[in-house]
Design a protein around this ligand. Sequence first.
Ligand code: URA
Length: 431
Amino acid sequence: MRSIDIIIKKRDKQELSAEEIDFFIQGYTRGEITDYQASAWAMAVLLNGMTARETTDLTLSMARSGQILDLSDIVDIVVDKHSTGGVGDKTTLAILPTVAACGLPCGKMSGRGLGFSGGTLDKLESIPGYRVNLSTEEFRKQLKEIGIVLTGQSLDLAPADGKLYSLRDVTGTVQSIPLIASSIMSKKIAGGANAILLDVKTGLGAFMQTLAEARELADTMVAIGQLAGRKVHIMLSDMSQPLGFAVGNVLEVKEALDVLHGGGPTDFRIHCIAACADMLVLGGRTPDLPSAREMVHKVIEDGSAFNKFIELVKAQGGDASYIEQPEKMAQARYVEITNSPHTGYLSQVHARLIGEASVDLGGGRIKKSDPIDHAVGIEVLHKVGEKIQIGEPLFVVHANDPQKLRQARETILAAHSFSENPVEPLPLFYQ
Ligand code: URA
């Protein structure tokens, strides 16, 4: 078999066999197939697509490119969750401790920010000392001992995805349904998940901008799950405006803590409770959603969800006093409120522009090697559909550089659109 023939076959819109896909993926993982060949192949897949069978074979081949974690000696059913990424999406920080406090052990490997979309690992590193590079053995030990782990992707798991993902990021080949679906599902399968809750985002601040594309991605991942013997639940959620109010690492950790204390913005809190309840049902912890929701409310009210987060932070070397007194976390030098220049109904709070403004403030990376400024970010103060008066506070920018502050103010102002006529609030979920 030759890699060039596989590239040409996909370029010519033909279906690849399982053997051809596996030859390409394992060869690429071992370094026998070059980055430029893999780029050409990824572009051919992006342009010509893949059948459901090809996508599943690709997923399984990527999952098999490294170790497949077996956690069956620790947990009866391994339940994982994954969001396709968005702006202000700090749900993992609130969901994981809540689910673990309900008695369903939860170990998760998360990622860093990607373009305008934030990453859980960057947020966690706002907590001094927190380690995101646990070994597989440390992962297993901690999951067994305290029932919660939140760390980075181990290098041994789905290494083909790690390599291919960085390549796609710089070759314009991220936005492909078979490539996204196989990337996500290969990591979940390699991580040992039996049941997976997928939060597929759609809208201006999501990879899938239309509901139709998001549904296609969701259906593809459900089909992979079925063929691979995994249970998959889907949440199709809005990402046209940021989730919650906070965008930026420290700001998002603080907002997640608010939810663990029973507060936080309504949309973000409802989103987290819905996801927790679904995971509890998937994991067989409760028979149905109403009893799951009841359990979730209880562990938030009695403080055990928050205490689980403290336990997690301590176990991973973090200084828990920053969680107990979040005001200790890094604060930006300049905190500036911008008032609304208009009276009217908010018709858009453009998530992507706000995510980009946060990256430009230093809260994300433009190059892979860029350091993160954890303190900077944005608090949007209103949601689509709200009536705003001229002069009323519209958003707050947290910056460490006056020039960047001015730039962010302009971008975020442009992200807000107004209408004279009433505007329907955006739904939180489409499914
Ligand atoms: N998240 C992933 O893990 N992979 C993708 O390709 C896109 C989003």
